[in-house]
Structures are given as C-alpha cells and as structure tokens.
Design a binder for this molecule. Structure first.
Ligand code: HEM
Length: 409
C-alpha cells in the first residue's frame, strides 16, 4: 500500500538523487506548494517543508523523538554504536549531557577566543602564501576552510593539528553514510574505514587525557561527574566525535558556501571590504539563504496528522531546514539573497531542545575569517560558478573550491 500524500502531482524531491541535492531549492519550493508533508519512498519517511510545520516538529520533542537521529544518519557506520550522542537523546538523558557541554560554549567563553580565531586565519593565509606566492590559484576548501575551524577548537577538543586534513576526510566519509543505500561496496568499505579510524583516533586521545589531564574539553568530560556518576568511555568518545562533526564540518561548509555565492552576488566583496560592519549581516543572511545543515531526523512517538496526511507512529520525519528558510510565508522574497534582510529568526541551527550548541561560536568564526580573508586578499575568487557539492542530503557545502587569488601588497 502506498502511504498517503497530499497530492497526486509528481513530486521531484528525492534526497538520494545528487541532481536534487546539488540544487535543492526548486524542489523544496514544489514541496512547500503542493506537498508540505510528503512521503519519500527512498527514505521510507516524511519530509516537512514549510516554516511553521518545521518549527512545530522541532519544538515538540515528545511527539518527534531524536532517539533515532544518529542510527538513521550513520547506520552501521556509527563509530560508537553502543551509546547515543547528545543529539540523539531525548530528555532526561539529553538534559544531563547538554548542561555539561553548554559550559564550554557560552558567549563569555567564546568571546575570549576572538584573538585566537584571527590568529588561526592569519596563519593559514601565511601558509598559503608560503606555498603559492603572492598570486595564483589554490583550493580554498582544502587549504583554508577545512583547516580553520578544526584549528580553532583543536585545543578545546584536544586534537592533533598534524592530522587536521584527516578529520575532514573522515567526517566527509561518515556524513556520506546517509546515502549508503545508493552506494557500491567500494564506497561502503571507505566509510567503514573512516568510521574505524575516527574511533581509533579518539580512543588514543582518551587514553592520553586520562593519563595526563589538561584544560581541554575531553579531559573535562573524562573527569566530570553528572548526578554523581562519571561519563563512560563511550559517552566521552561520542561527545568528541559529535563535536567534531557538528562543530568543524558545518563551519567549514558555511565558509565554502559563502565564497561560492560571493561570485554570483554582484560586487559583494567590494561592499564588504568598504564596510566590514556588513560582514555580520552577510553571514546571517548566508546562513538563511544556503545553510550547511539541510535536514534533521526525528521519529514519531505516536500517529500524527498534518495537512490531511497521517504519519504513523514510529515513522521517520525529516524537517527540511533549507526549505523552511526559503518559505515565502515567513520571508519576503525568500529565494533571494538580500544583504540588508537581517533575519531575526532562521532555521539553520534548528529550534527547540537540540538548538545548536555552537550557534555563537560558528557565527563568530565565520565573521572573523571573512574579515581577515578580505583584509589580506585583494582578489579571492572561485574559478567556477558551480562547485562540486558534497554527497549528502544532510550536510551542504562545496567538496572543493579552486580560487584565483592575489595577496594585498
Ligand atoms: C554554521 C555552523 C553550524 C550549523 C549550521 C549547525 C547546525 C546545527 C543544527 C541544525 C543542530 C540541531 C540538531 C537537531 O535539532 O537535531 C545543531 C546541533 C548541535 N550543534 Fe551545531 N551547527 C553549527 C556549528 C556548530 C559548532 C561550532 C558546534 C560546536 C563547537 C556545534 C555543535 C552542535 C551540537 C553539540 C549539537 C547538538 C545539540 C543537542 O543535541 O542538544 N555546532 N547544530
């Protein structure tokens, strides 16, 4: 029996089709218009696309549980399958771990990282000049964006800078596990390898920090007690991997997306150079316009009716953050990038109990990175208008971004 849909017109959205995920917005528009609650056969779940509905789903954690988030995304490639990470916990387990992790990312602590964030950006630019001279070409993703956030939080997470590039390879492979149903055995073996490597890496870090605790977050988690109990080894490993996936890949992608679109938005670099105060509003609108996280996963704890469609209990529901961010019921001219929009609300960091822990840090990182890049480079321009996008319906960002550059004299 085919599950109910709100319409008989053919819906084109399929998250497993890379032609769709490379350019998802026209497909989202169709969903919002004709099938705001739509059953996707390839995922055996329902996508939700309008702003109000996405908001309702994310704020009602009782009806729309997060417990299957990680298993849904990573399947058998979860590096720490024996326990659920914070993002995949419902209350009360969620609240207990969230409170602990929150402490590291409150604005008071993050604001103290400003000088360091600028220094990291400047050092990466110095390395680029050392390698390529004062003008030429380089890959912006692999030589800047993939290294920048991981370096910023390396000492928070206790990770080894010599292995910075491995992190992006591992995380890209892990995130592509969402598309596992469409992959051949070679691809699947690659994901399994990355999953093994990432776990082995953090097992090593756990042993080092247990023997020699430092000021970093992993040492903090190892020593912390919640309700009189220490976190288990698996809980600590899971937290480290979640912060790596959540905190590094997303900010990398925000910067990659920003420079990809700069080429298309007329004179934007000139405007931002002339008035760096506009970089904050630029980042906010870019997050709304093309955010690094396109969808989330929830499961119904009971049958729910929305827009005349009955979603059965125990069923996958996928709120489409990117679709909600382009809903013209919420924003005027929603499909357009408007520098002076200053969106008061956006869906890019989620909503409700799992609202992003790194909301403050990531926006500050992006702002300071763009400020430093535009100060140091007279020219920094993608060679192509259309990058190769990551193979993921969950995370969005360019896989690589060759740019032409000239350093300011
Ligand atoms: C532009 C950058 C970022 C974007 C777009 C983003 C997006 C998101 C979204 C959409 C969620 C909600 C998940 C859900 O409701 O199921 C989330 C949660 C989370 N994010 Fe971020 N994130 C970003 C940066 C960061 C950073 C820098 C960190 C950490 C350093 C981080 C750590 C987390 C964690 C730990 C959660 C889970 C929170 C919980 O379950 O309570 N994120 N993020």
């Amino acid at each position: 029996m085919t599950p109910e849909t709100a319409t008989t017109e053919k819906v084109t959205y399929d998250p497993l089709d890379s032609k769709v995920t490379d350019h998802p917005y026209p497909h989202y528009a169709q969903l919002r218009e004709i099938a705001p609650v739509h059953y996707v056969e390839s995922m055996n779940g329902y996508v939700i696309s309008r702003w109000d509905d996405v908001m309702a789903v994310l704020q009602d954690g009782k009806t729309f549980s997060s417990a299957q988030f990680w298993p849904e995304l990573l399947g058998e490639y979860d590096p720490v399958p024996e326990v659920a990470p914070m993002i995949s916990l419902d209350p009360p387990g969620h609240v207990r771990i969230r409170r602990l992790a929150n402490k590291a990312f409150v604005p008071g602590k993050v604001n103290k990282m400003g000088d360091k964030i600028r220094r990291v950006a400047n050092e990466l630019i110095d390395d680029i000049v050392d390698r390529h001279g004062d003008e030429g070409e380089f890959d912006f993703v692999w030589e800047f964006t993939a290294l920048f956030p991981v370096t910023v939080i390396a000492d928070v997470l206790g990770v080894d800078l010599a292995q910075r590039e491995d992190f992006k390879h591992w995380v890209d492979a892990l995130l592509s596990a969402g598309n596992r149903a469409a992959y051949d055995q070679d691809r699947l073996d690659g994901i399994a390898e990355a999953s093994k490597d990432i776990r082995a890496y953090f097992e090593k870090v756990f042993d080092q920090r247990s023997a020699n605790p430092g000021e970093d977050l992993i040492s903090g988690f190892i020593q912390a007690e919640v309700d009189g109990q220490k976190l288990t080894r698996s809980e600590v490993l899971n937290m480290a991997i979640l912060l790596l996936i959540g905190g590094v890949e997303t900010t990398t992608n925000l910067l990659g997306i920003s420079f990809t679109h700069m080429k298309r938005i007329g004179n934007i670099q000139e405007k931002l150079r002339a008035d760096p105060e506009l970089i904050g509003p630029f980042v906010e609108e870019m997050l709304r316009y093309d955010g690094p996280v396109q969808m989330l996963f929830r499961h119904t704890t009971r049958a729910v009716e929305m827009h005349g469609v009955t979603i059965p209990a125990n069923t996958l529901v996928m709120p489409l953050l990117g679709a909600a961010n382009h809903d013209d019921r919420k924003y005027d001219n929603a499909e357009q990038f408007e520098l002076d929009r200053k969106p008061k609300e956006m869906m890019s960091f989620g909503q409700g109990p799992h609202f992003c822990l790194g909301f403050y840090l990531s926006r500050m990182e992006a702002r300071l990175a763009i400020e430093t890049l535009l100060e140091r480079f007279e020219v920094l321009e993608p060679l192509t208008g259309e990058p190769k996008w990551m193979e993921s319906y969950f995370a969005r960002g360019p896989k690589g971004l060759p740019v032409r550059f000239k350093i300011r004299g």
